[in-house]
Design a protein around this ligand. Structure first.
Ligand code: PLP
Length: 438
């Protein structure tokens, strides 16, 4: 390879200020040097293995081919396995024949009837007054949080998803003030609510947390929100489709119907705005905000993506609609499988004496390492042993939780879980996992 000075430079370098050199070391103190320093841990991981930014060449069930090697996928969020479901796959071509591949109107300019059909089904499933669909939760947080917060006050759980925080930042630019409270700590929230009385007040948090797999103590948070006349804004990306209302005849502790964290924890929607996505359990590019009809009317004009953003593709609208039908007929069966697969992994970690933040039994299982510096080695080990997992790196998780995240789906076979457990045994021998009882 020629010396770096002779190599062709990226075109972008021509338009950047001369202090910045994208090929060689950026000038100390430059904006690029600061960004690179801030992302140093991640850059290091990118450099050393393929669990990040992998190019997936082929899929066969839950096996994926990366760089010529077949790996078992435990990084997918397709909890119900609908991405591979024969009924969904068979149904989509008829929708494409009728609607084309993509409606290129924004929703305000023309919404295929599929949206209304999904909204109606969803409203019945959740037990809410109404719901508005937009392409993603990222769109919803960036546009709905600023409307709800107006020029008031936002309180965000310290481990809420990044897209919620970003929605808060947009709201701050419109005049709201932004405060963080300690993760899952209703007393810390209450203290902040006392100190910041400016209305309207919006409290934002994940439903099932995307890293720990645990839900908040929703009854405690709703009580605080109601007592202080604040609105609780919940992102249930990982609970919707997975957990639902409890029943004496439920086939698994995930409850029935997959209608989300509010119903699962026996709460009502009083002072609660529930948001959720279809991109995980339902394998579709689509998301919702559940709200009363008057708020829906307002959001249609005040939330920019309704007018300004491209819509979900027809295949996603179709898979969401068919997915909701499947949810009615065999969703609880799929969730019972999902629960059984998840339980095996959790019980095995317990046997190994390994810690996990997961206390819920839901299908997101983070496995911390004893030494956070072992992360690149652990990633390499998993890859070499045919396991595809999500790395949990700092600052995405606290340093003591640095490790890897396993997600189970109803499409994972029992045999695949057996393979995973065997690799976890070997990994635990080679690289110390954080012990359950230090
Ligand atoms: C908790 C949570 N919220 C929001 C998102 C973003 O969802 P979307 O892809 O619909 O923007 C994710 C995606 O990973 C998530 O885990």
């Amino acid at each position: 390879m020629p010396p770096s000075r002779d190599r062709p430079r990226p075109t972008a370098a021509k338009v950047l200020p001369p202090a910045v050199d994208l090929v060689d070391r950026p000038a100390p103190g430059s904006w690029l040097a600061r960004w690179l320093a801030a992302c140093a841990d991640l850059q290091e991981l990118f450099a050393h293995h393929q669990l990040l930014d992998a190019v997936i060449q082929e899929v066969s069930g839950r096996r994926i081919r990366v760089d010529g090697r077949w790996l078992l996928d435990f990084a997918s969020c397709n909890y119900l396995g609908l991405d591979l479901d024969a009924e969904v796959l068979a149904a989509i071509p008829a929708y494409l024949a009728r609607w084309g591949t993509h409606p290129s109107w924004s929703r305000m300019l023309g919404s295929p009837a599929l949206y209304e059909q999904i909204e109606e089904r969803l409203t019945g499933l959740l037990g809410v007054e109404d719901a508005l669909l937009l392409p993603t939760l990222t769109h919803i947080h960036a546009s709905v949080i600023p409307v709800l917060a107006d020029q008031g006050t936002i309180f965000i759980d310290s481990r809420a998803h990044k897209t919620i925080w970003d929605g808060g930042v947009v709201a701050r630019a419109h005049g709201a003030s932004l405060h963080r409270f300690a993760h899952h700590d209703p007393a810390a929230l209450e203290e902040l609510l006392r100190r910041h009385p400016e209305q309207p007040r919006l409290v934002c948090m994940d439903g099932v947390n995307s890293m720990t797999g645990n839900p908040p103590d929703l009854p405690a948070f709703t009580a605080v929100a109601r007592a202080h006349d604040a609105l609780l804004y919940v992102d249930d990306a990982h609970g919707f489709g997975v957990i639902g209302q409890r029943a004496s005849d439920e086939p698994s502790p995930y409850g029935r119907r997959g209608n989300g964290v509010v119903r699962h924890l026996g709460e009502t929607y009083d002072h609660v705005v529930l948001t959720g996505g279809f991109s995980k359990a339902y394998s579709s590019l689509l998301a919702f905000v559940a709200c009363p009809p008057e708020l829906k009317r307002l959001l249609k004009v005040a939330a920019p993506p309704y007018l300004y953003s491209g819509p979900s593709p027809i295949a996603s609208l179709a898979s969401a609609l068919v997915g909701l039908q499947i949810n009615d007929t065999r969703g609880d069966q799929l969730r019972a499988i999902l629960y059984a697969r998840t339980r095996r992994v959790l019980d095995h970690l317990d046997k190994l004496g390994a810690a996990t933040p997961n206390t819920s039994g839901f299908p997101i299982i983070e496995v911390p390492l004893q030494d956070p510096d072992d992360l690149p080695r652990a990633g390499r080990f998993l890859l070499d042993h045919g396991i595809y997992a999500t790395l949990a790196f700092y600052p995405g998780v606290p340093r003591h939780q640095v490790g890897f995240r396993l997600q189970l789906t109803a499409a994972n076979t029992d045999h695949e879980v057996t393979e995973l457990l065997a690799v976890l045994d070997q990994l635990a021998d080679a690289i110390p996992l954080r012990p359950r009882h230090p």
